[in-house]
Design a protein. Structure first.
Length: 1190
């Protein structure tokens, strides 16, 4: 429901309730207290006093948020602003003493009277400590300078005394050094004279050895060149230069060129073959193609030049003359055991061109075919085929078997064709073995054999069908894509009536393009004997089966493409003459080169004295220091935060409507060195639509007194205990107690901005500071009016805003909406509903809010819908997840049957499902919330219900959803179930009703079958419109039928059909003269052209001739899409006719055309009884696909 209210100046909503515990952690306070927001950065939101309606279909907390109060807006414009300050002077005894000591040491101290201002006592005391340190440092420097001058002068006097002693010692040591240098030089001169003579003699011996070695090397090199020239002369006529090798190489080059051509052709032929196989593979999914690629190695399609050589195991051949006699009388009985007596069999016949014989169950006939075969296996000609035929089953104990001279046509067999398709047909097992000059043909994986099974006639599984089974172990069935012939648990047949139903009915011809519908293939990849059993579900005139390779699909013949033999290149004869190696010269050792290096003497240098230096004497210095007074000034900040029940920061976040949220008011500590605080207050104009929990707020604010005024403004005043605490130790920082407001937002699409003002009063004045502006939002804002950004030029703070609207639709089997449209009683109603979560994307909820769960309600009309018929087709999330296992589904027959928690939740949410309904509850709310609600993923329910039998009227269905304890209702969908009524009347030849009247024998009467008009604007296509009338055929002889339109309608091609127009060309009629059952139906192709926005109906007229006396009662049934509608009964009576005295022969009346009664201009439609029966027979009859040759 939607509730209307007028907007007024914003004020808070208050309630009393149980207090909630809350954990608050403001981790970013230190970073935020220094941030301010200027007035020109704030967007002021105002709303005119107009009537507003909640666009969300809420069932609880429905009110629309009022505009924020003027005071709230004004406070927001002052966010971050500070007014006034708190000041106090600070002194230091340490600094005072340092100044006195400095003056005594000679330091010049300057004292400034202007104070330096600091924010806190620590900073001020740090400044005083720094000043004291600077004064002390100047004092130390002054004292150090005086001491350094005295030390330097004393040091230099001592250095002068020590330098004099050093000069006298060095003079004595230098006299001893001069004597040692003279003796060393005399010894070196003697050694140099002897060494020079030795070097001259060594050089002479070295030159003699070099001359000898040069001559020896030249001799060895000369001898090697002569041997190498002789070796090269010999090599010129051996190896690759050998004449025989040159000739062989030329022959090889010629053979190699020929091989290259053959190899290129081989590669081309192989590639073509592989491309052919690839093309076959690509076509396996196309209709008429074999479903897998297999290459055929056996060619065995037709053998006109082959005859039967021998038949073994047969003792009763049908006398050819008797066979002709039976065939001439009724060819359908040639393969019927009862057509022959014992005397009609002979023990021998000329069977070379085919023959017919009796084969008892269990008996095997071995037939050998010889002659000029055109067949081949792997390219090798077939020379003989041996076939073994074994009668497996027959209700007559034996089968009449005909074998053709052409083994590819194989066999015809049967035992009873006297009654048509009755009983159980015969089964015959066939085995074939193929021979070439090399022996038996063996199938392998590399050379498989593919046999065709085709012309597999079928009138459907419940009637006559032909099958193949019991394949030999080396054979397997491979279907043709699109074929109706398939493997049914080891029995291969077509389950569809492919002989009568288009497009399959054209399959039974060797040249038919759709021959594959009734065909398949058998593949052998091992063995040399290939067997199968052929049978039929019922008897027939003769079961023909051909076992050959004429497969009804394109297959590739197996090709063996031999690779050409590569020629071997010739090798030259090896050259055994070894190549000469260079010799080794016999050289002498050459003495090493020696050089004359004279011995030299380095004289010992004289020593120098090491005099000690003077140190510099420092200059006289005068140092200075400056000092100044300090005071403390503080401007403490404040910050506001908002957290949920779990203590999670939700500033700037979406939160659930009705969930508990806490505004946290934090002030920065008061600094040490402060004055006495006489008053400490905080004022807070709470946002409109935020309902305060006074009890919980009072419990959390023990340090403060909370006051509320009628305009929604709240004031927090420090209690006397709190003031005493703040003033107890003013030389230390003190933490101001945190304040709290506990409550809940109660509007959909709400925006809750909040600031507060702190006022501190001291004897010197007062200080005021305004906090930041935290904000929370609730989902459900109309995206047509997006929320303004927090600051100018910013982005929408909640980009996924959307209304909370669960939606429902009712659709047909194609997914098209049929809301508001009529449906038939047997319609399965498909409902598609959406649990709306997209607006919750990014929401932050507490455990308590999530714990209230997530519910979806399907509220169906109890009188109309069978609740037990529910089928859950799917429950999916917007990301495609199947989530049905995440819900508990509850069929609620009464709200009182729910547990207390669910009853309370439904009551508090405000939803009001009526009577029975279905309820889906998230099993694990926390996991479901994180995976889908917080991700904004809608949940779609696809449900189906049956309509209650006999219900007529309007069906309604509605959905609800409950999120975080808040209820929302969805739209209502409807469908109309009309009353289906038909009427029957009986008319005389003038079109007048004669119900309950008299009809004379020989009179023509017409049964009028008044159809039901299917309404326009319906939610379904017309699939069936069928009349069924069981005529009392012992009294009424069917003559004709006509049918006419009951309303106007237009076909898609523009054809306009008016009421009363003949519709017989759009119908199919079946009449059974033996039972009197009359049935006519409109063709599906015609019904498909009648669009849903047009009405449709027809009246039928059955004309009969009364042929017997007595009471005749008749009714009819109209079927509309499977819904039977039974008419009223009509009754007529026919008296016994008077017996004529003298019967006179009369010519029978000739009825050329049945006439409609005088009820309109509709054309007539006639069909003789024989014609109708013939039509029925043609629908179920069997067409023989091949004339028997024998």
């Amino acid at each position: 429901m939607n509730q209307k209210m007028k907007t007024v100046n914003g004020h808070g909503f208050f309630r009393k309730s149980k207090a909630y515990g809350l954990v608050c952690g403001i981790a970013l306070f230190g970073a935020m207290v220094t941030t301010s927001v200027s007035a020109d950065e704030i967007v002021t939101e105002t709303s005119p006093a107009v009537e507003v309606i909640n666009p969300n279909p809420a069932t609880n907390l429905e009110t629309v948020q009022e505009a924020p109060s003027a005071e709230s807006l004004a406070t927001q414009t002052e966010a971050g602003q500070k007014t006034g300050e708190l000041t106090s002077p600070v002194t230091s005894t340490e600094l005072d003493k340092a100044v006195t000591d400095a003056k005594d040491a000679g330091v010049t101290v300057t004292e400034d009277s202007k104070p330096v201002v600091y924010d806190n006592l620590d900073q001020a005391q740090a400044d005083l400590a720094k000043q004291a340190e600077a004064v002390k440092e100047a004092t130390v420097k002054q004292e150090d300078n005086t001491e350094a001058i005295k030390k330097a002068e004393d040091h230099n006097a001592e250095m002068d005394r020590k330098n004099k002693e050093e000069a006298e010692r060095i003079a004595r040591e230098n006299a001893e050094i001069d004597a040692r240098n003279k003796a060393a030089q005399e010894k070196a001169d003697k050694i140099n004279s002897e060494r020079k003579t030795q070097v001259i003699e060594n050089e002479k011996a070295r030159q003699e050895a070099i001359a000898y070695n040069k001559a020896e090397v030249e001799r060895v090199e000369r001898e090697y060149k002569e041997a190498l020239a002789e070796w090269e002369k010999t090599k010129a006529t051996t190896g690759i230069n050998d004449p025989e090798y040159i000739k062989a190489k030329a022959e090889y080059d010629k053979a190699k060129a020929e091989y290259d051509i053959k190899f290129a052709n081989y590669l081309k032929e192989k590639a073509n073959y592989e491309a052919e196989l690839a093309e076959m593979q690509a076509k396996t999914k196309e209709e008429g193609s074999l479903s897998e690629v297999v290459a055929q190695s056996l060619i065995y399609k037709s053998e006109p030049n082959v005859t039967i050589g021998t038949i073994e195991g047969v003792s009763k051949f049908v006398n050819p003359e008797k066979r002709k006699e039976v065939s001439d009388a009724n060819r359908n009985l040639v393969h019927t055991v009862s057509s022959y007596s014992e005397g009609d069999y002979v023990s021998t016949v000329d069977y070379s061109n085919g023959t017919t014989f009796l084969l008892n169950v269990g008996q095997t006939a071995t037939v050998t075919y010889v002659g000029d075969f055109s067949a081949s296996a792997n390219g090798e000609k077939i020379t003989k085929v041996v076939a073994r035929y074994t009668a497996v089953a027959s209700e007559k104990g034996a089968s009449i078997v005909t074998v053709s001279k052409d083994p590819t046509e194989t066999v015809i067999f049967g035992s009873d064709a006297t009654q048509g398709f009755v009983g159980v047909g015969d089964e015959l097992h066939i085995e074939k073995t193929f021979y070439t000059a090399s022996g038996k043909v063996v199938a392998t994986k590399e050379n498989p054999i593919i046999f065709s099974i085709s012309s597999m006639n079928s009138l459907g599984e419940d009637s006559y069908f032909e099958y193949v089974k019991d394949l030999s172990s080396n054979m397997r069935f491979v279907p043709i894509t699109g074929s109706q012939v398939q493997d049914h648990d080891g029995k291969i047949y077509a389950s569809t009536s492919i002989d009568t139903i288009a497009p399959y009915s054209g399959h039974d011809s060797i040249d038919s393009p759709v021959r594959y519908y009734g065909s398949g293939a058998l593949v052998a990849e091992s063995g040399d004997t290939f067997g199968l059993t052929v049978g039929a579900s019922k008897h027939q005139t003769g079961h023909w089966f051909a076992m050959n390779t004429n497969v009804a699909a394109s297959i590739s013949e197996k090709k063996d493409i031999p690779e050409p033999e590569k020629p071997t290149p010739p090798e030259p004869k090896p050259d055994d003459t070894p190549k000469p190696e260079p010799g080794t010269p016999n050289t002498k050792e050459v003495p090493p080169l020696e050089k004359f290096i004279p011995v030299t003497v380095t004289p010992e240098p004289p020593k120098k004295p090491n005099f000690l230096p003077h140190i510099p004497v420092p200059e006289k210095e005068t140092y200075e220091a400056a000092v100044h007074p300090v005071i403390v000034k503080q401007t403490p900040a404040n910050i506001k935060a908002v957290v949920n029940e779990d203590g999670v920061d939700v500033n700037g976040k979406l939160v659930p409507k009705g969930s508990t949220q806490t505004w946290v008011l934090t002030n920065s500590p008061l600094a040490a060195g402060r004055e006495v605080v006489t008053s400490y207050t905080m004022s807070d104009p709470l946002p409109a639509g935020f309902e305060i929990d006074r009890e919980a707020t009072a419990i959390k604010n023990t340090a403060w007194t909370v006051n509320y005024d009628e305009n929604g403004k709240t004031t927090l005043s420090a209690t006397q205990a709190t003031l005493d605490y703040l003033n107890a130790n003013r030389n230390q920082d003190v933490v101001v107690p945190v304040a709290y407001f506990v409550g809940r937002p109660i509007n959909d699409g709400g925006t809750y901005k909040n600031t507060f003002t702190t006022l501190i009063v001291t004897p010197k004045g007062e200080y005021k500071v305004v906090s930041n502006i935290p904000v929370i939002y609730t989902p459900g804002n109309d995206p047509e009016t997006p929320r303004p950004p927090h600051t100018p030029g910013g982005e929408n703070p909640t980009p996924d805003d959307n209304l909370i609207k669960p939606k429902k639709d009712v659709v047909d089997d194609k997914g098209n909406s049929i809301n508001g449209q009529s449906v038939l009683p047997n319609t399965m109603l498909n409902y598609v509903a959406e649990q709306d979560f997209d607006q919750y994307k990014g929401i932050v909820a507490s455990q308590n809010a999530i714990g209230k769960g997530f519910l979806y309600v399907d509220d169906y009309l109890d009188d109309a819908i069978d609740g037990t018929s529910l089928v859950v087709n799917s429950i999916t999330a917007a990301n495609g997840d199947d989530v049905r296992e995440l819900f508990d589904m509850i069929h609620v027959l009464s709200k009182d049957s729910l547990d207390e928690k669910l009853q309370a939740l439904i009551k508090d949410s405000g939803i009001s499902p009526v009577g029975e309904f279905y309820l889906w509850v998230a099993k694990v709310p926390e996991a479901f919330y994180k995976a889908y609600v917080q991700q904004g993923l809608d949940i779609t329910y696809n449900l189906s219900f049956k309509i209650k039998q006999d219900f007529v009227g309007t069906i309604t269905n509605q959905t609800h959803q409950v999120d975080f304890g808040n209820g929302y209702y969805g739209n209502i969908v409807t469908n109309e179930v009309p009353q289906l009524v038909v009427h029957k009347d009986v008319l005389d030849k003038d079109g007048k009703s004669i119900n309950n009247g008299t009809v004379q024998i020989g009179d023509l009467v017409t049964y009028k079958l008044e159809g039901w008009v299917i309404p326009a604007g319906r939610g379904y296509d017309i699939k069936e419109y069928r009349y069924v009338d069981l005529l009392q055929h012992s009294h009424d002889d069917y003559q004709s039928f006509a049918i006419e339109a009951k309303v106007d309608f237009t076909l898609p091609d523009g054809t306009v059909i008016k009421k009363g127009d003949d519709l017989s060309s759009y119908t199919e009629i079946v009449y059974n003269a033996q039972t009197g059952k009359f049935e006519t139906r409109f063709k599906e192709a015609f019904l498909a052209q009648i669009t849903r926005d047009q009405a449709f109906g027809a009246d039928g007229y059955i004309t009969v001739k009364r042929i017997a006396s007595g009471e005749v009662v008749n009714e009819y049934t109209l079927y509309v899409n499977g819904n039977p509608v039974i008419s009223n009964k009509v009754v007529t009576n026919t008296p016994e006719p008077p017996k004529p005295e003298t019967p006179k022969p009369q010519a029978p009346a000739k009825v050329e055309k049945a006439q409609l009664p005088n009820t309109g201009d509709a054309a007539s439609y006639s069909l003789s009884v024989a014609g109708v029966v013939t039509l029925f027979a043609s629908l179920v009859g069997f067409r023989k696909r091949k004339d028997e040759n024998n």
